[in-house]
Design a protein around this ligand. Structure first.
Ligand code: DP6
Length: 320
Protein backbone atom coordinates (compact mmCIF):
# COMPACT_ATOMS: atom_id res chain seq x y z
CA UNK A 1 0.00 0.00 0.00
CA UNK A 2 1.57 3.29 -1.08
CA UNK A 3 1.56 6.05 1.52
CA UNK A 4 3.25 9.45 1.96
CA UNK A 5 3.16 12.30 4.48
CA UNK A 6 3.96 15.97 3.86
CA UNK A 7 4.14 19.12 5.98
CA UNK A 8 3.41 22.64 4.67
CA UNK A 9 3.03 26.08 6.23
CA UNK A 10 0.61 28.91 5.44
CA UNK A 11 1.72 32.04 3.62
CA UNK A 12 0.57 35.65 3.82
CA UNK A 13 0.53 37.64 0.59
CA UNK A 14 2.26 41.03 0.42
CA UNK A 15 0.74 41.50 -3.05
CA UNK A 16 -2.58 39.66 -3.06
CA UNK A 17 -4.15 37.13 -5.40
CA UNK A 18 -7.79 38.14 -5.78
CA UNK A 19 -9.52 36.90 -8.92
CA UNK A 20 -9.11 34.21 -11.55
CA UNK A 21 -8.62 34.27 -15.30
CA UNK A 22 -9.63 30.57 -15.47
CA UNK A 23 -11.63 28.94 -12.66
CA UNK A 24 -11.11 25.37 -13.94
CA UNK A 25 -7.32 25.58 -14.18
CA UNK A 26 -7.30 28.00 -11.22
CA UNK A 27 -5.19 30.57 -13.04
CA UNK A 28 -4.88 33.98 -11.34
CA UNK A 29 -5.84 37.24 -12.99
CA UNK A 30 -2.59 38.77 -11.64
CA UNK A 31 0.64 37.50 -10.14
CA UNK A 32 1.14 37.72 -6.35
CA UNK A 33 3.96 37.79 -3.79
CA UNK A 34 3.95 36.16 -0.35
CA UNK A 35 5.92 35.08 2.67
CA UNK A 36 5.63 31.46 3.81
CA UNK A 37 5.54 31.43 7.62
CA UNK A 38 7.20 29.19 10.23
CA UNK A 39 3.99 28.77 12.28
CA UNK A 40 0.68 26.86 11.94
CA UNK A 41 1.86 23.87 9.84
CA UNK A 42 -0.50 21.36 8.22
CA UNK A 43 0.52 17.68 8.15
CA UNK A 44 -1.23 15.46 5.59
CA UNK A 45 -0.95 11.74 4.90
CA UNK A 46 -2.26 10.12 1.70
CA UNK A 47 -2.64 6.32 1.70
CA UNK A 48 -3.78 4.45 -1.41
CA UNK A 49 -6.23 1.64 -0.60
CA UNK A 50 -7.62 -0.82 -3.19
CA UNK A 51 -10.56 -1.58 -0.87
CA UNK A 52 -11.94 1.98 -1.09
CA UNK A 53 -14.69 2.90 -3.57
CA UNK A 54 -14.26 6.65 -2.85
CA UNK A 55 -11.64 8.89 -1.20
CA UNK A 56 -12.07 9.57 2.52
CA UNK A 57 -10.89 12.65 4.44
CA UNK A 58 -10.17 13.00 8.14
CA UNK A 59 -9.65 16.65 9.16
CA UNK A 60 -8.28 17.40 12.61
CA UNK A 61 -9.37 14.00 13.92
CA UNK A 62 -12.93 14.04 12.52
CA UNK A 63 -14.37 12.57 9.30
CA UNK A 64 -14.97 15.44 6.84
CA UNK A 65 -17.91 15.79 4.41
CA UNK A 66 -19.34 18.56 2.22
CA UNK A 67 -17.08 21.13 0.55
CA UNK A 68 -13.74 20.09 2.10
CA UNK A 69 -14.27 16.46 1.05
CA UNK A 70 -15.51 17.46 -2.44
CA UNK A 71 -12.45 19.67 -2.98
CA UNK A 72 -10.07 16.88 -1.90
CA UNK A 73 -11.84 14.34 -4.15
CA UNK A 74 -11.71 16.64 -7.18
CA UNK A 75 -8.04 17.26 -6.49
CA UNK A 76 -7.27 13.52 -6.21
CA UNK A 77 -9.23 12.90 -9.45
CA UNK A 78 -6.74 15.23 -11.12
CA UNK A 79 -3.78 13.45 -9.51
CA UNK A 80 -5.16 10.05 -10.61
CA UNK A 81 -5.69 11.29 -14.17
CA UNK A 82 -2.09 12.53 -14.32
CA UNK A 83 -0.70 9.37 -12.72
CA UNK A 84 -2.88 6.92 -14.69
CA UNK A 85 -3.82 5.17 -11.43
CA UNK A 86 -7.46 4.50 -10.44
CA UNK A 87 -6.99 3.62 -6.75
CA UNK A 88 -8.78 5.77 -4.17
CA UNK A 89 -7.07 7.11 -1.06
CA UNK A 90 -7.47 7.84 2.62
CA UNK A 91 -6.42 11.40 3.44
CA UNK A 92 -5.65 12.36 7.03
CA UNK A 93 -4.89 16.04 7.61
CA UNK A 94 -4.07 17.97 10.75
CA UNK A 95 -4.07 21.78 10.83
CA UNK A 96 -2.66 24.01 13.49
CA UNK A 97 -4.07 27.14 11.85
CA UNK A 98 -7.69 28.09 12.60
CA UNK A 99 -9.55 26.72 9.55
CA UNK A 100 -11.49 29.31 7.55
CA UNK A 101 -10.32 32.32 9.58
CA UNK A 102 -8.50 34.16 6.81
CA UNK A 103 -5.14 32.62 7.66
CA UNK A 104 -5.23 30.57 4.47
CA UNK A 105 -5.37 27.03 5.84
CA UNK A 106 -6.23 26.05 2.25
CA UNK A 107 -2.71 27.19 1.27
CA UNK A 108 -0.89 24.90 3.70
CA UNK A 109 -3.58 22.23 3.20
CA UNK A 110 -3.32 21.91 -0.58
CA UNK A 111 0.48 22.34 -0.60
CA UNK A 112 0.76 19.40 1.83
CA UNK A 113 -1.85 17.39 -0.10
CA UNK A 114 -0.10 18.04 -3.44
CA UNK A 115 3.21 16.75 -2.08
CA UNK A 116 1.79 13.73 -0.22
CA UNK A 117 -0.50 12.74 -3.13
CA UNK A 118 2.27 13.19 -5.72
CA UNK A 119 4.59 10.94 -3.74
CA UNK A 120 1.89 8.34 -3.04
CA UNK A 121 0.66 8.22 -6.67
CA UNK A 122 4.14 8.37 -8.24
CA UNK A 123 3.98 11.86 -9.79
CA UNK A 124 7.05 14.16 -9.89
CA UNK A 125 7.78 15.95 -6.61
CA UNK A 126 10.03 18.76 -7.87
CA UNK A 127 9.06 22.25 -6.72
CA UNK A 128 7.68 23.47 -10.06
CA UNK A 129 5.45 20.39 -10.52
CA UNK A 130 4.19 20.60 -6.92
CA UNK A 131 3.50 24.34 -7.14
CA UNK A 132 1.57 23.90 -10.41
CA UNK A 133 -0.43 21.01 -8.94
CA UNK A 134 -1.09 22.73 -5.57
CA UNK A 135 -2.46 25.71 -7.54
CA UNK A 136 -5.30 23.51 -8.81
CA UNK A 137 -6.42 22.85 -5.22
CA UNK A 138 -6.14 26.44 -4.02
CA UNK A 139 -4.32 29.30 -5.72
CA UNK A 140 -2.45 30.47 -2.65
CA UNK A 141 -1.20 26.88 -2.09
CA UNK A 142 1.08 27.28 -5.12
CA UNK A 143 3.15 29.69 -2.97
CA UNK A 144 3.23 27.51 0.19
CA UNK A 145 5.26 24.95 -1.78
CA UNK A 146 8.14 27.48 -1.60
CA UNK A 147 9.95 28.72 1.51
CA UNK A 148 9.94 32.38 2.59
CA UNK A 149 9.32 34.95 -0.19
CA UNK A 150 7.70 33.56 -3.34
CA UNK A 151 6.15 35.06 -6.47
CA UNK A 152 3.31 33.19 -8.18
CA UNK A 153 3.15 34.06 -11.86
CA UNK A 154 0.01 34.67 -13.83
CA UNK A 155 0.16 32.69 -17.07
CA UNK A 156 -1.17 29.45 -18.51
CA UNK A 157 -1.42 25.97 -17.01
CA UNK A 158 2.25 25.28 -17.70
CA UNK A 159 3.72 28.63 -16.65
CA UNK A 160 1.58 29.59 -13.65
CA UNK A 161 3.60 28.43 -10.62
CA UNK A 162 5.51 30.03 -7.76
CA UNK A 163 9.24 30.72 -7.62
CA UNK A 164 11.59 31.92 -4.87
CA UNK A 165 12.36 35.63 -4.46
CA UNK A 166 15.27 37.17 -2.57
CA UNK A 167 14.30 40.16 -0.45
CA UNK A 168 14.55 41.90 2.91
CA UNK A 169 14.32 40.12 6.26
CA UNK A 170 10.64 40.15 7.30
CA UNK A 171 8.66 39.12 10.39
CA UNK A 172 4.88 38.93 10.60
CA UNK A 173 2.82 39.41 13.74
CA UNK A 174 -0.51 37.65 13.23
CA UNK A 175 -3.35 39.22 15.25
CA UNK A 176 -6.25 36.74 15.37
CA UNK A 177 -9.46 38.74 15.67
CA UNK A 178 -11.72 35.77 14.94
CA UNK A 179 -10.74 32.11 14.57
CA UNK A 180 -14.20 30.95 13.38
CA UNK A 181 -15.16 30.17 9.78
CA UNK A 182 -16.09 33.20 7.69
CA UNK A 183 -19.59 33.95 6.41
CA UNK A 184 -18.55 34.19 2.73
CA UNK A 185 -15.70 31.97 1.45
CA UNK A 186 -12.81 33.70 -0.30
CA UNK A 187 -13.59 31.67 -3.41
CA UNK A 188 -17.17 33.01 -3.54
CA UNK A 189 -16.13 36.57 -2.66
CA UNK A 190 -13.45 36.49 -5.35
CA UNK A 191 -15.99 35.37 -7.95
CA UNK A 192 -18.46 38.00 -6.76
CA UNK A 193 -15.83 40.76 -6.86
CA UNK A 194 -14.97 40.00 -10.47
CA UNK A 195 -18.64 39.73 -11.45
CA UNK A 196 -20.10 42.71 -9.58
CA UNK A 197 -17.52 45.10 -8.09
CA UNK A 198 -17.03 48.25 -10.22
CA UNK A 199 -13.59 48.54 -8.57
CA UNK A 200 -12.40 45.12 -9.73
CA UNK A 201 -10.85 46.23 -13.07
CA UNK A 202 -8.89 48.92 -11.19
CA UNK A 203 -7.78 46.29 -8.67
CA UNK A 204 -6.37 44.12 -11.48
CA UNK A 205 -4.56 47.00 -13.20
CA UNK A 206 -3.09 48.42 -9.99
CA UNK A 207 -2.02 45.02 -8.65
CA UNK A 208 -0.05 44.21 -11.82
CA UNK A 209 1.82 47.51 -11.38
CA UNK A 210 2.27 46.97 -7.62
CA UNK A 211 3.76 43.51 -8.15
CA UNK A 212 6.43 44.89 -10.47
CA UNK A 213 7.37 47.63 -8.00
CA UNK A 214 7.28 45.17 -5.07
CA UNK A 215 9.69 42.84 -6.88
CA UNK A 216 12.02 45.83 -7.40
CA UNK A 217 11.77 46.61 -3.66
CA UNK A 218 12.75 42.99 -2.95
CA UNK A 219 15.72 43.22 -5.31
CA UNK A 220 16.76 46.50 -3.60
CA UNK A 221 16.39 44.91 -0.13
CA UNK A 222 14.02 47.80 0.65
CA UNK A 223 11.80 46.70 3.55
CA UNK A 224 10.02 50.05 3.92
CA UNK A 225 8.96 50.24 0.27
CA UNK A 226 7.75 46.63 0.36
CA UNK A 227 5.77 47.19 3.59
CA UNK A 228 4.08 50.31 2.26
CA UNK A 229 3.13 48.55 -0.98
CA UNK A 230 1.75 45.59 1.01
CA UNK A 231 -0.55 47.74 3.15
CA UNK A 232 -1.80 49.73 0.14
CA UNK A 233 -2.42 46.56 -1.85
CA UNK A 234 -4.35 44.89 1.00
CA UNK A 235 -6.61 47.91 1.51
CA UNK A 236 -7.22 48.09 -2.24
CA UNK A 237 -8.27 44.42 -2.22
CA UNK A 238 -10.71 45.14 0.61
CA UNK A 239 -11.99 48.18 -1.29
CA UNK A 240 -12.68 45.98 -4.32
CA UNK A 241 -14.42 43.44 -2.05
CA UNK A 242 -16.53 46.17 -0.47
CA UNK A 243 -17.82 47.06 -3.92
CA UNK A 244 -19.55 43.65 -4.24
CA UNK A 245 -23.28 43.10 -4.75
CA UNK A 246 -24.66 41.52 -2.56
CA UNK A 247 -22.23 43.15 -0.10
CA UNK A 248 -19.25 41.48 1.55
CA UNK A 249 -17.12 43.06 4.26
CA UNK A 250 -14.35 41.11 5.98
CA UNK A 251 -12.75 43.79 8.17
CA UNK A 252 -14.32 44.05 11.63
CA UNK A 253 -14.10 46.99 14.07
CA UNK A 254 -11.21 45.20 15.80
CA UNK A 255 -9.41 44.88 12.43
CA UNK A 256 -9.68 48.64 11.87
CA UNK A 257 -8.38 49.26 15.41
CA UNK A 258 -5.38 47.05 14.61
CA UNK A 259 -4.61 48.98 11.39
CA UNK A 260 -4.83 52.20 13.45
CA UNK A 261 -2.44 50.80 16.07
CA UNK A 262 0.02 49.84 13.33
CA UNK A 263 -0.17 53.41 11.99
CA UNK A 264 0.40 54.78 15.53
CA UNK A 265 3.48 52.59 15.91
CA UNK A 266 4.75 53.91 12.60
CA UNK A 267 4.27 57.45 13.88
CA UNK A 268 6.52 56.43 16.81
CA UNK A 269 9.21 55.43 14.32
CA UNK A 270 8.65 51.64 14.02
CA UNK A 271 8.80 50.39 10.41
CA UNK A 272 5.57 48.35 10.48
CA UNK A 273 2.73 47.90 8.00
CA UNK A 274 -0.64 46.14 8.07
CA UNK A 275 -2.24 43.55 5.82
CA UNK A 276 -5.34 41.36 5.98
CA UNK A 277 -6.60 38.46 3.87
CA UNK A 278 -10.24 37.49 3.33
CA UNK A 279 -11.17 37.68 7.01
CA UNK A 280 -10.94 40.00 10.03
CA UNK A 281 -7.44 38.98 11.14
CA UNK A 282 -4.68 41.55 10.71
CA UNK A 283 -1.04 40.75 10.06
CA UNK A 284 1.59 43.34 11.00
CA UNK A 285 4.59 43.22 8.67
CA UNK A 286 7.82 44.38 10.35
CA UNK A 287 11.54 43.78 10.62
CA UNK A 288 12.44 40.74 12.77
CA UNK A 289 14.21 42.98 15.33
CA UNK A 290 10.93 44.91 15.91
CA UNK A 291 8.62 41.87 16.15
CA UNK A 292 8.60 41.73 19.97
CA UNK A 293 7.72 45.42 20.31
CA UNK A 294 5.01 45.15 17.63
CA UNK A 295 3.52 42.05 19.29
CA UNK A 296 3.44 43.83 22.68
CA UNK A 297 1.76 46.87 21.13
CA UNK A 298 -1.04 44.80 19.52
CA UNK A 299 -1.59 42.23 22.27
CA UNK A 300 -4.37 44.10 24.10
CA UNK A 301 -6.44 44.20 20.89
CA UNK A 302 -6.16 40.51 19.83
CA UNK A 303 -4.14 37.35 20.55
CA UNK A 304 -0.85 37.61 18.63
CA UNK A 305 1.57 35.10 17.11
CA UNK A 306 5.03 36.13 15.92
CA UNK A 307 6.05 34.42 12.67
CA UNK A 308 9.31 34.38 10.73
CA UNK A 309 10.01 33.08 7.21
CA UNK A 310 9.23 29.36 7.12
CA UNK A 311 10.17 26.30 5.06
CA UNK A 312 8.61 25.09 1.83
CA UNK A 313 6.60 21.89 1.68
CA UNK A 314 8.51 18.74 2.56
CA UNK A 315 7.86 15.03 2.55
CA UNK A 316 8.49 13.30 5.87
CA UNK A 317 9.00 9.67 6.82
CA UNK A 318 6.16 7.66 8.35
CA UNK A 319 2.38 8.08 8.38
CA UNK A 320 0.41 9.99 11.03
C1 DP6 B 1 -7.13 36.83 0.24
O1 DP6 B 1 -6.06 30.67 -2.53
O2 DP6 B 1 -7.96 30.54 -0.85
O3 DP6 B 1 -5.71 35.02 0.86
O4 DP6 B 1 -7.75 29.64 -5.33
O5 DP6 B 1 -10.15 29.95 -4.78
O6 DP6 B 1 -8.74 28.46 -3.34
P1 DP6 B 1 -8.78 29.69 -4.23
O7 DP6 B 1 -8.47 30.95 -3.30
P2 DP6 B 1 -7.42 31.13 -2.11
O8 DP6 B 1 -7.45 32.73 -1.99
C2 DP6 B 1 -6.56 33.44 -1.21
C3 DP6 B 1 -6.92 34.88 -1.24
C4 DP6 B 1 -6.17 35.76 -0.26
C5 DP6 B 1 -5.02 36.49 -0.94
C6 DP6 B 1 -3.75 35.69 -1.19
O9 DP6 B 1 -3.44 34.73 -0.44
O10 DP6 B 1 -3.01 36.08 -2.13
Amino acid sequence: MSTATAIAHPNIALVKYWGKSDATLNLPETGSLSLTLDVFPTTTTVTLDDALTADTLELDGLPAAGTPLDRVRRFLDLVRAQAGVATHARVVSRNTVPTGAGLASSASGFAALAAAASAAYGLPTDTVSLSRLARRGSGSASRSVLPALAVWHEGDDATSYAEPVTGPEIAMVVATVDAGPKAVSSREAMRRSAATSPYYPAWVTSTRETLEVALEACADDDFTALGRLAETNALRMHAAIQGCEPPVRYLAPASVALFDRVAALRAEGVDVWGTADAGPNVVAVCRPADAGRVADALADLAPVTVALPGPGVRLVEGAE
